[in-house]
Design a protein around this ligand. Structure first.
Ligand SMILES: *[C@@H]1O[C@H](CO)[C@@H](O)[C@H](O)[C@H]1NC(C)=O
Ligand SMILES: *[C@@H]1O[C@H](CO)[C@@H](O)[C@H](O)[C@H]1NC(C)=O
Ligand SMILES: *[C@@H]1O[C@H](CO)[C@@H](O)[C@H](O)[C@H]1NC(C)=O
Ligand SMILES: *[C@@H]1O[C@H](CO)[C@@H](O)[C@H](O)[C@H]1NC(C)=O
Ligand SMILES: *[C@@H]1O[C@H](CO)[C@@H](O)[C@H](O)[C@H]1NC(C)=O
Ligand SMILES: *[C@@H]1O[C@H](CO)[C@@H](O)[C@H](O)[C@H]1NC(C)=O
Ligand SMILES: *[C@@H]1O[C@H](CO)[C@@H](O)[C@H](O)[C@H]1NC(C)=O
Length: 413
């Protein structure tokens, strides 16, 4: 049942058009080096730990700086074929991917260990609570990952509830813990003409940059909110509407993208400032998820994509042209400003660590929503999905980072 409902959600997002070319490779200048507390317990210490016993807890530890370590002992956390909530967009094994090393990498921060994920502890933390992911298909993939990780400790399937309301909201619930983990589709956060989770392949994208209430009132009443919004913005300009979609007297204007992205984030932060008490609700923003659509960027062949990639990029600090540092800075500024106004929203900085993972995407190993043309079959790179991520895989680590903040009280000062 569950699977069918997920399928019905379509997930047709063709990001190939979106992930269009971006501003040339400026260097990440974001210099927001955070001072973090130490994760307290259950370090993942399979031989490659960086933490010596007895070291002080006042040590600086940035969970987002580190390296990938091959570890087939503690990974993956769940099995693709055993997760009832797996999406055909992300089930790479099911769709023919034969290599498996992409499931086995563990993220090892330089100065401490990522706490080991414990599904029981997560559910205990979420008892009588609601956690909600809000955003696009990347965030939905992360939701699938979290639900797979959490449900792997639930032995009685009757104790799990799953519901897609046929629209923007998908709900997972552990009945034993009364713990809800939702996904809410709002790819641009604010209102847009792409708000239908299935039918959003439109010739022109239009965003109502000052309007968030229609969506936000569906997710504001939550204990943990995880937002993202990035890929759907990737175009030089965005058609922006002041007024409503229904009335004819609205004012439309093409606005330079980084500017309109900033406006949308400000709309979000104003909403949060008024409607959320950060003593009660934990807020997270997932930084941009990188893409690997052009092998030239990492020294591969021209006209190739992530298709066939099975190894990691080992150049420290590598970043591709799909990641826009200007947008990253906009997010940082908005979050800093929000903090000055007393509301703490933690950025989960997944960008750099995911940049290394050119091996992590589905490429051709996912459900194809439309039959392939012969020219495509002859050139797999041309229809490879180098945007989303196979599961188990990279988003599991994003969730482990979240877990460190949610369950282990990791914090940034
Ligand atoms: C994200 O993390 C990377 C790697 O640690 C760092 O270079 C970058 O400055 C960070 N960005 C932000 C906005 O914190
Ligand atoms: C883990 O990887 C090592 C090295 O590649 C291999 O020898 C071993 O058989 C693997 N173990 C499992 C359980 O897959
Ligand atoms: C997970 O957490 C639960 C509850 O805190 C604990 O009883 C259990 O031993 C933990 N499991 C592991 C593998 O650490
Ligand atoms: C179950 O969880 C919801 C939050 O998702 C909460 O509002 C409700 O009060 C909880 N029910 C009980 C019986 O505690
Ligand atoms: C699905 O849930 C959303 C959010 O609660 C709501 O706005 C929408 O009307 C619901 N759709 C259906 C078809 O029930
Ligand atoms: C949050 O908690 C702090 C410390 O208990 C308190 O001073 C502050 O007023 C609270 N903020 C809100 C919005 O309730
Ligand atoms: C790459 O593709 C372009 C356009 O399809 C083609 O003109 C060019 O010859 C190709 N280059 C290589 C090295 O295959």
């Amino acid at each position: 049942m569950a699977k069918r409902q997920l399928l019905m959600l379509g997930i047709r997002a063709s990001f190939h058009t979106l992930a269009a070319v971006l501003v040339a490779g400026v260097i990440f200048t974001a210099m927001f080096l955070s001072r973090n507390g130490m994760p307290k317990e259950n370090p993942q210490s399979d031989g490659d730990s960086n933490v010596e016993e007895g070291e002080g807890s006042d040590r600086e530890c940035n969970l987002f700086e580190g390296k990938w370590v091959f570890d087939n002992k503690s990974n993956p956390i769940y099995r693709e074929e055993e997760c009832k909530f797996m999406s055909d967009q992300l089930a790479c094994g099911k769709f023919g991917r034969k290599d498996s090393s992409y499931k086995f990498w563990r993220w090892q921060p330089h100065k401490c260990d990522l706490p080991r994920f414990n599904g029981t502890k997560l559910l205990e933390r979420l008892r009588n609570k609601r956690m909600v992911y809000v955003g696009d298909s990347l965030n939905r993939g992360q939701w699938v990952s979290m639900v797979c990780m959490a449900s792997s400790v639930i032995t009685n399937p009757k104790m799990m509830y799953f519901h897609s309301n046929g629209s923007n909201l998908i709900t997972f619930k552990s009945l034993e813990y009364n713990a809800t983990i939702d996904f809410y589709w709002a790819p641009l956060m604010v209102e847009s003409n792409s708000d239908d989770p299935t039918n959003h392949r439109l010739p022109e994208r239009i965003v109502r940059v000052q309007s968030i209430e229609k969506h936000a009132r569906q997710w504001t009443q939550s204990d943990i909110i995880v937002l993202n919004s990035y890929l759907w913005w990737l175009r030089p300009h965005m058609k922006t509407l002041w007024g409503s979609f229904e009335k004819l007297d609205g004012i439309y204007k093409e606005v330079e993208m980084v500017r309109v992205y900033e406006m949308a984030l400000q709309t979000m932060s104003q909403w949060l400032e008024v409607h959320v008490n950060s003593n009660l609700t934990k807020l997270f923003f997932m930084s941009m998820s990188p893409t690997h659509e052009r092998a030239e960027e990492w020294g591969g062949k021209t006209n190739q994509s992530c298709y066939g990639e099975t190894s990691l990029i080992d150049k420290e600090g590598y970043h591709g042209k799909g990641s826009d540092p200007k947008m990253m800075r906009v997010v940082e500024n908005v979050l800093d400003e929000l903090k000055r106004r007393g509301l703490n929203m933690q950025m989960i900085n997944i960008t750099q660590l995911s940049e290394y993972r050119k091996d992590g995407h589905p490429s051709i190993y996912r459900k194809q929503w439309e039959p392939l043309k012969e020219s495509q079959v002859l050139d797999p790179s041309s229809y490879s999905d180098c945007i989303h991520w196979c599961l188990p895989g990279v988003p599991d680590v994003w969730n482990q980072l979240l877990y460190a903040y949610i369950v282990d009280d990791h914090h940034t000062t």
